[in-house]
Design a protein around this ligand. Sequence first.
Ligand code: SF4
Length: 474
Amino acid sequence: MSQFISVFDMLKIGVGPSSSHTLGPWRAAIAWVKKLKETDLLDRLDKVEVDLYGSLSLTGKGHATDIAVLLGLSEADPEYIPIEDLFTIVDRINTQEELYFKGGKRIAFLKSAIIFNKEFLPFHSNGITFRGFSKNQEISTETYFSIGGGFIVQEDDNLEEEIEINKKNFPYPINRAIQLEEYCEKENLQISDIVLKNELELRTDSEIDAELHRIWDTMLESMYIGCHTEGRLPGGLNVKRRAFDTHRKLIKDTSYTNPKEWITAIRSTEVKFREILKWVSCFALSVNEVNAALGRVVTAPTNGSAGVIPAVLMYYLVIENHEADFKQIKKFLLVAGEIGSIFKKNATISAAMGGCQAEIGVSSAMAAGALTELLGGSAAQVLSAAEIAMEHHLGLTCDPIRGLVQVPCIERNSMGAIKAIHAAEIALETDPKECLVHLDKVIDTMWETAKDMHKNYKETSEGGLAIHVGLADC
Ligand code: SF4
């Protein structure tokens, strides 16, 4: 049976800087508190301890994992909570040394109750254990694993919800890319049509449109905020926000007052090759600067790689097709989401499992395929574009300096976006029958490469740039 992963599992609205190290632990904390309530243990609870393991511990400080845990224990919703409220909640916990649960319960809590353990749990490199106590007796112990893209699992999950979803009668079950290609050929449909038909098993067309609108609006807003915010990023590396200056030079004195008018304003600017490169880079940098500053972005498929898909879609809207509207945005997001889900089913989207090829490589493949469909490519060319984008990210390591999702992460998004556009153009000029490597083959190769990759290059900050760039260099 094919596992069904919705486009809305791949594109999730959340808060930066990391889907696996921020969003996942945040959701794990919410899930644990929910369990305490369901089992009537919350009333008895008087002490909490949280153990972070493996990569969550090694790069947890830089990825704001401890902050995410506090927000999750406070039951803040990462999708909807106003960004300005995040710091109020965390400051209140730290200054009053108390945790507040919804419904009014409060217990004493010290920052030192979040313990950073260096060892790895065998099941997955991103482990987190919550322990609840009552009168010094441990009354609840739950371990969760953050497996990338904000997804969390438990070792003994019976995956009831997933089984329920998979029992549904999806018209086009998809596990491998080749199946998707065959459906398109047989039905004479585009990839976005096939994906939509499957999604309609879970939501109505108007619900799908509403969610995709919300996702696009969040992407657009993160680009808009990033391009209009100057200064330096938090975390101690003193990284300058660069989207602001680049944007100011590109937009010149064109006037606009909101993100929609901004799109029209950008369309009116003169662009040659260098300006196109700068615009695409600027869009990608802007999202990841917002992400690094704990802002709201769309996990696509992760937070660290959240800039690639908006940058490529924005490129299409402001450079390639000035008439484009929601119809094209919808197609783009459906195709991108499906390609991401094939990677998740057959390899990984977690840097802690596969290095940066699993984040920037996957997001670039998603964007390349989606752009190719909008540019008129066949289904085979769409998949070929995704393959090309991944082929040239194979082996890319994850080595964020100080564990912050800043260097090399922010720039890497602009490289992933440009590579996606390049891959789409190569695929459009190529007869897919001439391609030696199919998308499924490159996904298998990526997974083998992930397994062979030394653990120092899997989001531990114990290799690569993370150890070769001294703090004096920063
Ligand atoms: S190096 Fe790549 S995978 Fe690692 S945190 Fe940065 S963007 Fe994510």
